[in-house]
Ligand binder design. Structure first.
Ligand code: 5GP
Length: 121
């Protein structure tokens, strides 16, 4: 289990193009790229380009409402781009050790292209 931390993460290197990523969407605030360890045929991570204290959703404050909304709406746009709107998809935010969070830069997982199960376990 990863220990929660304020240190820079691997996602900063992806944002700064210091390491490659398969980027599927980018604007001035949000970056979306394919997960290197995909758990579904489509597995994309959406992140704020500026972390601004958002190591995880548990650190969200009122000032983050705009970027949080932007991330959620962008997830829909990327789901459409990936052809997931007809059959559906899943969004996941892991938070903290019990949530199995491993990278402490807020991110949404967009999963699709197969039948998901519930409860997730
Ligand atoms: P978490 O467990 O924190 O919710 O999710 C972190 C995700 O980041 C994992 O699904 C993991 O596979 C992905 N990941 C970790 N390092 C990299 C990387 O360097 N590049 C990409 N594209 N994904 C990564």
């Amino acid at each position: 289990l990863a220990v929660p931390s304020d240190s820079p993460t691997i996602f900063d290197k992806i944002i700064n193009k210091e390491i490659p990523a398969n980027i599927v969407y980018e604007d001035d605030k949000v970056l979306a790229f394919r997960d290197t360890n995909p758990q579904a045929p489509v597995h994309i991570l959406l992140i704020p380009k500026v972390r601004d204290g958002l190591t995880g959703l548990s650190k969200a404050e009122e000032k983050h409402c705009e970027i949080l909304g932007q991330l959620l709406y962008t997830a829909k746009l990327v789901a459409k781009q990936e052809g997931l709107l007809e059959n559906g998809f899943r969004l996941v935010i892991n938070d903290g050790p019990s949530g199995c969070q491993s990278v402490y830069h807020l991110h949404l997982h967009l999963l699709g292209g197969r039948q998901m199960n519930w409860p997730p376990g």
